[in-house]
Design a protein around this ligand. Structure first.
Ligand SMILES: *Cc1c(COP(=O)(O)O)cnc(C)c1O
Ligand SMILES: [Zn+2]
Length: 416
């Protein structure tokens, strides 16, 4: 059996049973999963964790399912890449990329939350799962519900990148493209969720779903040799990942797996949708909703559900926030590809660009340990960079032609 005690309102502290609930009926605060940490502490050790299979369920005691996991048996434990080339370029000493662009099975960090959500939805006995998504979530819910043999509907904004639409459709869920932005999709989904008895992974299952994000933090600590990074740059859409990374670090401390949490967390958003970063810069905890306009569509949530908690995480940790323009996002994608051979999507372009800015501003010291979060894969958002890269050299199939063109190129490069 699991270690979950129940749910608790993040605002007024009222407790609820472990059911598909997500909002406090007294104060409308969000509900959060609470665990029996003293029992977990008796059991979990570094040695035990290290001995387990390399997937996110190696931290199973800290995830909100009661039985054995049903999906995501190969999700998580993505590479923590020591990025010396990028470090040199940015002028810093010790830099790592936590690379969820190669997450199994759908190439984004959403596989973590969905592994937990679908396992939980099955435990609850739902026969249908659904989500409101900016793309990656829809991909993962579609794939993992195919594997779990559970009916699936995904709601997306109608203007999503083709790669993200195809990467849902191929698993044959019902894809619903809503003529509107994510915030409108989400509003519609809340109404649908109230009416139909479906497991909306990021609405009525949200408290359970969100816990999956903690594994991103656990892995970083474990992969650093049980150390917390001094600085971590995290992309913010709904604000869940960033808050859960903070929670994950602190849980490890509570369990005695690490001694202290000496980490600063930085929120990275696109200039065209930066409600959390704006609040950080203005020093107000009130998150003003915006109408998104950015190529970073996976982060284009103008009214973030956990925006306040994202803000609070950054402030509690002593971090900061920055934003990246569309142009800087493209530069960020190209910089990571050129230096480390990693092709990330627009969200990764945001974190790389923001990391660069924060280092240049002196907010992140150059001689401390830095982790940049890479949460999605560039093959899904090709339109962001195609047309902004060098042209292919198109030739006829003969050696003369090849050498002539090579010479021309060399000449051009030397000449200009
Ligand atoms: C969803 C998503 C995020 C941010 O997630 P939140 O928890 O909603 O803040 C970051 N990067 C990518 C690629 C995503 O798909
Ligand atoms: Zn409450």
């Amino acid at each position: 059996m699991g270690y979950v005690k129940g749910l608790k309102c993040r605002e007024c502290g009222r407790e609820y049973p472990k059911e598909p609930l997500y909002v406090c009926e007294y104060c409308f605060g969000p509900l959060e999963v609470i665990y029996d940490y003293s029992r977990i502490k008796e059991k979990l050790s570094r040695e035990l964790i290290s001995s387990r299979a390399k997937n996110l369920w190696r931290y199973q005691e800290l995830l909100p399912i009661d039985g054995d996991p049903l999906v995501g048996l190969h999700s998580g434990f993505t590479p923590l890449v020591r990025a010396d080339n990028l470090a040199r370029e940015l002028g810093v000493k010790e830099l790592y990329i936590k690379d969820d662009s190669v997450s199994h099975p759908t190439l984004s960090f959403k596989d973590r939350v969905v592994s937990v959500a679908i396992s939980k939805a099955k435990e609850f006995g739902f026969d249908t799962v659904a989500c409101a998504s900016t793309g990656n979530l829809a991909n993962s819910v579609s794939a993992q519900s195919a594997q779990a043999k559970i009916r699936c509907l995904v709601f997306i904004p109608a203007d999503l990148e083709l790669g993200k639409v195809v990467a849902s459709l191929v698993y044959a869920p019902q894809v619903i493209a809503v003529e509107g932005n994510y915030d409108e999709v989400n509003r519609l989904c809340s109404e649908v969720a109230n009416k139909y008895n479906w497991a909306f992974v990021n609405i009525n299952i949200r408290p359970y779903y969100a816990e999956g994000s903690k594994t991103y933090a656990y892995e970083i600590v474990e992969q650093l040799g049980w150390r917390v990074p001094q600085h971590i740059i995290v992309p913010v859409a709904g604000g869940s990942l960033i808050s859960k990374i903070w929670k994950g670090f602190h849980e490890f401390k509570k369990l005695g797996l690490i001694d202290q949490v000496d980490a600063r967390i930085y929120a990275a958003q696109a200039q065209g949708c930066a409600p959390v970063v704006t609040a950080i810069k203005e020093g107000t905890e009130i998150i003003k909703p915006v109408k998104p306009k950015t190529i970073a569509k996976s982060l284009a949530i103008g009214n973030p559900a956990d925006g306040y908690y994202a803000f609070k995480t950054v402030m509690d940790s002593g971090g900061w926030g920055e934003e990246a323009s569309d142009e800087e996002i493209v530069e960020g994608i190209k910089l990571l590809a050129r230096t480390e051979g990693i092709f990330t999507e627009t969200a990764g372009g945001v974190t790389v660009a923001v990391a660069k800015k924060l280092i240049e501003q002196g907010r992140i010291p150059r001689d401390e340990l830095i982790v940049i979060s890479i949460t999605g894969n560039g093959l899904k958002t090709q339109e962001a960079v195609s047309g902004k890269l060098d042209k292919v050299m198109r030739i006829e199939p003969n050696l003369d032609f090849f050498e002539k063109e090579m010479k021309k190129r060399g000449g051009e490069k030397n000449g200009s």
